[in-house]
Design a binder for this molecule. Structure first.
Ligand SMILES: [Zn+2]
Length: 210
């Protein structure tokens, strides 16, 4: 049977949730086919942190790579989907029994359900100590199904920094609610926006048979 890919990307709609105070996503037709006589031409505006996106370290540190400078190889490869949706706090201890079998990406299911149109009031606390621990296991990418790997009101962004300092890239707002834990092939490439602090990602996975 041909390989089946599953979309784990939040759909961009004009009602998708935005960080409070940040630029909302909007799409409309700048020119209609009726007006031009030949084509519809759309346009969109968005915060770089709306919907499913990759954070570049430039998001939280001025003298670090922007999204166009990230290694695209990190965004393609084997990933393990882990369900920790029963936890409100996570630390390295929670990963100690996980067998990655060489997978270099972890996608964390932290919520049983996510409403794309509502910005959450609370996200699980991910302790910065997971970063050196996961690096030790060879992890290069951490994906989550919420808008931040740090507390929503964090100003120091310790977990973002710790992940970057340990060579682990971040993808936020993945859609994992209907995904069974296990091993998948993963592709989730950020748009090549030169100089950007983050960029939208179209993320897809395909189950690997055990
Ligand atoms: Zn972000």
């Amino acid at each position: 049977m041909a390989k089946k890919w599953i979309d784990i990307t939040q759909p961009f709609t004009n009602t998708i949730a935005t960080w409070p105070g940040d630029t909302p996503f909007t799409f409309d037709l700048a020119y209609t086919k009726y007006e031009t006589g030949s084509v519809n031409i759309g346009r969109f505006t968005t915060s770089t942190h709306t919907g499913t996106h990759a954070d570049a370290p430039f998001h939280f540190d001025d003298n670090t790579p922007t999204v166009d400078q990230l290694d695209i190889n990190v965004f393609i490869g084997t990933a393990l989907v882990v369900d920790l949706s029963n936890k409100m706090e996570l630390c390295s201890e929670d990963f100690k029994d996980i067998d990655l079998r060489g997978a270099k990406r972890i996608l964390l299911k932290l919520h049983q359900e996510v409403n794309f149109e509502e910005f959450p009031e609370l996200v699980p606390i991910i302790h910065p100590d997971i970063a050196p621990f996961l690096k030790e296991k060879g992890v290069v990418l951490l994906g989550v199904d919420c808008p931040s790997v740090d507390a929503l009101d964090s100003k120091s962004l310790n977990t973002h920094h710790s992940l970057y300092n340990n060579g682990i890239y971040i993808i936020e707002n993945l859609v994992l609610q209907n995904i069974t834990p296990g091993f998948y092939e993963f592709i989730g490439l950020p748009l090549n926006i030169v100089g950007a602090d983050a960029a939208p990602v179209r993320a897809v996975i395909s189950k690997i048979d055990d």
